[in-house]
Design a protein around this ligand. Structure first.
Ligand SMILES: Cc1cc2nc3c(=O)[nH]c(=O)nc-3n(C[C@H](O)[C@H](O)[C@H](O)COP(=O)(O)O)c2cc1C
Length: 165
């Protein structure tokens, strides 16, 4: 699949087949994240891959997580410099896009969730992340797609483009 086709066809996947995600396929996708642009080479991404026991415990906060074959938390260190903090968050977002596109090309679906569970103090405790040191950019749910939703329509370029003389 060519890059532009992957960008256009990539969808957020919420319904997964129960099949497990092979470790090497997951590592391949996460490695694409390591190559994201990041200002000052801070490489701010931190990945926490949940095993079965932690996955089960997290599902106490939301039972629908049991239908997500693999969960990876993605976080970044909270720089004391507010501008660096913003740049690090931006870099992590770039990493997430790389990861989702790389997974997509391999036939693997992903949902980036910034929902309630990713913000709960109990989630930080379970993951062993100190919220004073690191912030979760989200939980990434991986699995082979059960179904691929129709794309939500996008505004045409002309609607979001200003051309100056
Ligand atoms: C910062 C961010 C947070 C998101 N959080 C959620 C979320 O909590 N739950 C969810 O279902 N999708 C979440 N998404 C995915 C968007 O809902 C999704 O990208 C959008 O609906 C467009 O669908 P598509 O990704 O299939 O093109 C998030 C996306 C971004 C960029």
């Amino acid at each position: 699949m060519q890059l532009y086709e992957a960008i256009l066809t990539r969808r957020t996947i919420k319904a997964f087949k129960p099949d497990p995600v092979p470790t090497d396929v997951l590592a391949h996708a996460l490695t694409a994240g390591l190559w994201a642009q990041n200002h000052r080479m801070t490489e701010p991404w931190r990945f926490t891959v949940l095993g079965a026991q932690t996955h089960q415990a997290l599902a106490a906060s939301d039972p629908k997580l049991l239908s997500k074959p693999k969960i990876v938390a993605i976080s970044y260190p909270l720089s004391s410099d507010q501008f660096q903090r913003r740049e690090d968050y931006a870099a992590v977002c770039c990493a997430i896009q790389n990861i989702q596109l790389a997974a997509w090309v391999d036939g693997l679906g992903m949902q980036w969730s910034t929902g309630r569970v990713s913000q709960l103090p109990a989630t930080y405790t379970l993951l062993g992340i100190d919220p004073a040191q690191e912030e979760l950019a989200g939980l990434l749910y991986f699995g082979y797609p059960e179904s691929v939703p129709e794309p939500a329509p996008r505004k045409p370029l002309s609607q979001v483009l200003r051309e100056l003389a």
